[in-house]
Design a protein around this ligand. Structure first.
Ligand SMILES: Nc1ncnc2c1ncn2[C@@H]1O[C@H](COP(=O)(O)OP(=O)(O)O)[C@@H](O)[C@H]1O
Ligand SMILES: [Mg+2]
Length: 311
């Protein structure tokens, strides 16, 4: 689906996102990352927890102002100040689906109001009936029924809630959906259903995805191209085929070796490649490594970070 001649929909150039923690320490969450997403394609971003995936997603959607670098969406520079019209365009054309649908869906709101929120904010309907028709249509598209509109998030299973999350993004008819670990919290069988649903929707709507995940198993099925993130650096990027047929970076190789094989005979003989930060000989950036009370942390996860800074 990649057409390199076309203009990229999203262009990330030399993105740096640093968080100053205190006078002495700055977390370099994302360091000099560049990639492009073309209209209608899926770019998979993989890397272990704490590698900077969510930070990239959040920077793209302007939750953070980049420390350095440039993000261009539909030809507009969205890393700087935006006009009201451009801001609105961005809020409509770029949507996000989050990991835990229970936490990001307001438990006190009916599904119709959760899905309709974006439509309400941006006045994207002619009448109340038109609004409800749009919601019913989108519910059907994600495999739910119009009757689900009057229910509350807790009345759904995890997989169904994620469908509501997808519907909420989709109803805006976006050009890009950033899906941040949107299937990680689901059972494996449900993961496959949701990934298939997302693929079908893409066929129909031509929306592009930035599909973020911590392992490669599902990314393989949905991505046209993949970027491998490690310690805030994009260590390798290529088409899905290139990454799987000919991985170059040892970290990519170790991620591929971690994918379980469905064939028990193959699985029995599968060995995982260990990737050792210490002996890999790759010094991404001095200043990333830190020691806390004798323990070696390469990069703190959000939880580690919270407990470390707040307590
Ligand atoms: N707002 C923040 N302030 C300080 N550090 C942060 C902030 N957000 C993320 N980090 C740190 O940046 C790194 C990357 O985090 P994140 O993007 O959430 O990784 P991932 O999504 O790959 O798990 C982690 O070390 C995390 O602790
Ligand atoms: Mg994350």
């Amino acid at each position: 689906m990649t057409e390199t001649k076309r203009e990229p929909l999203l262009k990330v150039e030399g993105l740096k996102q640093y968080f100053k923690v205190n006078k002495k320490f700055t977390v370099k969450a994302v360091d000099d990352v560049s990639f492009e997403i073309y209209p209608g394609e899926t770019y998979g971003l993989v890397g272990e927890s704490g590698s900077g995936k969510s930070t990239i997603g959040r920077s793209c959607i302007r939750l953070y102002k980049p420390t350095d670098g440039k993000i261009t969406f539909e030809g507009m520079d969205c890393s700087g100040k935006l006009s009201k019209a451009d801001e609105k365009k961005l809020r409509v054309d770029m949507q996000m689906i989050f990991q835990d649908p229970m936490e990001c869906l307001n438990p006190r709101k009916k599904v119709s109001d959760i899905i309709g929120q974006g439509l309400d904010i941006h006045h994207m309907y002619k009448s109340f009936d038109d609004r409800n028709d749009k919601i019913a249509e989108i519910l059907e598209k994600v495999g739910l029924t119009p009757e689900h509109a009057t229910r509350y998030p807790h009345q759904f299973s995890g997989g169904q809630r994620q469908r509501v999350g997808i519907a909420r993004a989709l109803v805006m008819n976006p050009k890009l959906i950033i899906a941040d670990e949107c299937i990680s919290a689901l059972d494996v069988s449900i993961q496959a259903q949701v990934v298939n649903l997302m693929k079908d929707i893409q066929q129909e709507t031509q929306t592009a995805y930035l599909f973020i995940a911590h392992d490669l198993s599902m990314v393989k099925y949905i991505s046209d191209r993949i970027g491998v993130l490690h310690l805030g650096h994009l260590v390798e990027t290529g088409t899905t085929e290139e990454i799987f047929e000919n991985p170059v970076h040892p970290y990519t190789k170790s991620l591929i070796s971690a994918i379980p094989q469905p064939n028990p005979c193959v699985e029995k003989n599968r060995t995982s490649l260990h990737y050792d930060y210490e002996t890999s000989g790759i010094d991404y950036n001095k200043g990333i490594l830190r020691k806390v009370e004798g323990t070696h942390f390469v990069r703190s996860t959000e939880e580690e970070f919270d407990s470390w800074v707040l307590h």
